[in-house]
Design a protein around this ligand. Structure first.
Ligand code: PLP
Length: 462
C-alpha cells in the first residue's frame, strides 16, 4: 500500500466507522452465528499473492463483521461494559500509527512520561494517596498477578508457608493469580460473605488467626470493590487493618467499580484503600477508554521492581538510573502506548463530564432497581450501588423451587437475548440463578433500560 492509497483508504475507513457508530443501534448486539461457521468460510491457508485493499475490506464486511458482537451497542447489558469512545479510538490510531513500543524510557520517552502524568492524574481523581505510583498493565488479571508475585517475593523464605485470602465473590482472576504465583490450593482461603455479598471481616480474622497458629504466614489479602457477580463492595478499611496487623500484602481489586470513585459520592466505597499495598482499576471498562488499559497502583515500587527487573546487557541504557523503565514494572517486555488514549479521554471529556456519564448509569441502575422492587413477581437479588442490577422472575408456581427457577430464568434470558436488541448475562448468587443488567455502555439511554425491562417483563408473562 503506497502513501496515497493509505491516505485514501484511511479516510474511507474513518467514514465507515462514523457510519457504523451512527447506525450501531440498528444492528443485533450479538450475531446469529453457529460455532465454526466463520472459520469454515475462510481459506485454510495464507494467500501466496496479495489482494487489493478493496477486496480485503469487502471480505471484512461480508465475512467478519456479521460475526462480531457489538460491545458499544446501547443494548449492551452483559458482563461489564468495555467503553471505547471516539477520542480514545483516535488516540489508538495515533499510537498504532507511530508504532510506539514503550518498554523502556528511551524507546519512547514521551510515552513513559505521559504514562507517569496520566497515572498521577487518575490517582488524584480517584482520591488515592500520593504514596501510590501508577503503571498501566494490560488487564486487571495481570495486575493482580503482579501483586501476588510481588507479595510472594517480598516474603523471602517465608513464601514457602504463604497463605492467600479473598472472598467467595472475588473474580476468578484472583484464584488464577494465586495459582500462578505458586500458592497451593490448600493454602488459599476463600472467605465467607454477608447477605450483601461483601467479605465478612470476622471470618477473615478467624482464618488469619488459624493460619498463624498453624505456623503458616499470611502473604496476601485481596479485597474487591465492585464484585463481578453483583458489584458488592468489601469493607476495605476493616480488611486492610487485619491484613496490616499480620504484615500481609493488601491488594484491592476495583477493576470495574473503582473508576466511579472519581465521583465524590461513590468514593466512600473505596474508603480504606489508603491501607492497600496495591490497587487495580480498569479505565478500559467504564471510563471511555478502549481495551486494553488497566491502572495498577503500588506503594512499594522497589518491591515491584525487585520482582520484575531484569537488566540484560542489550536492554541497558545510559538513563537507567534516572528514569522509569516500565519493562521492569510488569510481566511483558514490549508495551503498547496506552497512556495516549487515556490522556485523550481525560482531556476530551474532563473529569466533570466523565462524572456526569457515570452518574447517569448509576442513576439508571437505581431506577431499574426501583421498577424491579415494585413488581411482585420480580426479585432483585443484591444491592445495586454501581448501576448493575441482579434480578430474576419468580412466578408464584415456582416459589421455592430453585432448579425450576434457574431453568425458567435461563429460558427467559435466552428469549430476551434472541431479540438481538439487548444482551444480558447471568451469574449465581448464593447458588441462585440471577440475570445481570449491567448499565454502563456510554450510548445507553433511559429508553434502552426501559426497553430491556419491557422485554424481560414480556418474556416473564409468556
Ligand atoms: C473485569 C474484572 C476483572 C478482570 O479484568 P481484566 O482486565 O479483563 O483482566 C477482575 N476483577 C474484577 C472485579 C472485574 O470486574
Amino acid at each position: 500500500m503506497d502513501h496515497e492509497a493509505f491516505r485514501q483508504h484511511g479516510h474511507a475507513m474513518v467514514d465507515w466507522l462514523a457510519d457504523y457508530f451512527r447506525d450501531l443501534e440498528q444492528r443485533r448486539v450479538v450475531p446469529e452465528v453457529r460455532p465454526g461457521e466463520i472459520r469454515a468460510a475462510l481459506p485454510s491457508a495464507a494467500p501466496e499473492l496479495g489482494a487489493p485493499f478493496e477486496t480485503i475490506f469487502a471480505d471484512f464486511e461480508r465475512q467478519i463483521l456479521p460475526g462480531m458482537t457489538h460491545w458499544g451497542h446501547p443494548g449492551w447489558f452483559a458482563y461489564f461494559p468495555s467503553n471505547g469512545s471516539p477520542p480514545s479510538l483516535l488516540a489508538e490510531m495515533l499510537a498504532t500509527g507511530l508504532g510506539a513500543q514503550c518498554m523502556s524510557w528511551i524507546t519512547s520517552p514521551a510515552a513513559t512520561e505521559l504514562e507517569q502524568v496520566v497515572m498521577a492524574w487518575l490517582r488524584d481523581l480517584l482520591g488515592l494517596p500520593t504514596a501510590f505510583t501508577g503503571v498501566i498493565q494490560d488487564t486487571a488479571s495481570s495486575s493482580t498477578l503482579v501483586a501476588c508475585l510481588t507479595a510472594r517475593d517480598r516474603m523471602g523464605d517465608a513464601a514457602s508457608r504463604m497463605t492467600a485470602y479473598c472472598s467467595r465473590e472475588a473474580h476468578s482472576s484472583v484464584a488464577k493469580a494465586f495459582r500462578l504465583a505458586g500458592i497451593p490450593a490448600d493454602r488459599v482461603r476463600v472467605i465467607a460473605v454477608d447477605d450483601t455479598y461483601a467479605m465478612l471481616p470476622e471470618a477473615l480474622e478467624d482464618a488469619l488467626a488459624a493460619d498463624a497458629a498453624a505456623g503458616l504466614v499470611p502473604g496476601i489479602v485481596v479485597a474487591t470493590m465492585g464484585t463481578t457477580s453483583s458489584t458488592a463492595c468489601d469493607p476495605l478499611r476493616a480488611i486492610g487493618e487485619l491484613a496490616q496487623a499480620v504484615g500481609a500484602w493488601y491488594h484491592v481489586d476495583a477493576a470495574y467499580g473503582g473508576t466511579a470513585a472519581i465521583c465524590p459520592e461513590i468514593r466512600p466505597l473505596l474508603d480504606g484503600v489508603e491501607l492497600a499495598d496495591s490497587v487495580v482499576t480498569n479505565p478500559h471498562k467504564w471510563l471511555m477508554t478502549h481495551f486494553d488499559c488497566s491502572a495498577y497502583y503500588v506503594r512499594d515500587v522497589e518491591a515491584l521492581q525487585k520482582t520484575f527487573r531484569t537488566s540484560p546487557e542489550y536492554l541497558r541504557t545510559a538513563q537507567d538510573q534516572e528514569v522509569a523503565n516500565f519493562r521492569d514494572w510488569g510481566i511483558p517486555l514490549g508495551r503498547r502506548f496506552r497512556a495516549l488514549k487515556l490522556w485523550f479521554v481525560l482531556r476530551s471529556y474532563g473529569a466533570e463530564e466523565l462524572r456526569t456519564l457515570l452518574r447517569k448509569h448509576i442513576a439508571l441502575g437505581h431506577e431499574l432497581a426501583s421498577w424491579v422492587d415494585a413488581e411482585p413477581q420480580w426479585e432483585r437479588m443484591a444491592p445495586a450501588p454501581l448501576g448493575l442490577v441482579c434480578l430474576r422472575h419468580v412466578p408464584p408456581e415456582l416459589v421455592g423451587d430453585e432448579p425450576a427457577l434457574a431453568a425458567h430464568n435461563a429460558a427467559l434470558m435466552a428469549r430476551v437475548n434472541a431479540t438481538g436488541e439487548v444482551f444480558l448475562t447471568h451469574t449465581l448468587l448464593d447458588g441462585r440463578y440471577a440475570m445481570r443488567v449491567a448499565i454502563g455502555a456510554w450510548r445507553t439511554e433511559r429508553r434502552h433500560v426501559e426497553r430491556v425491562w419491557g422485554l424481560l417483563r414480556e418474556a416473564g408473562e409468556t
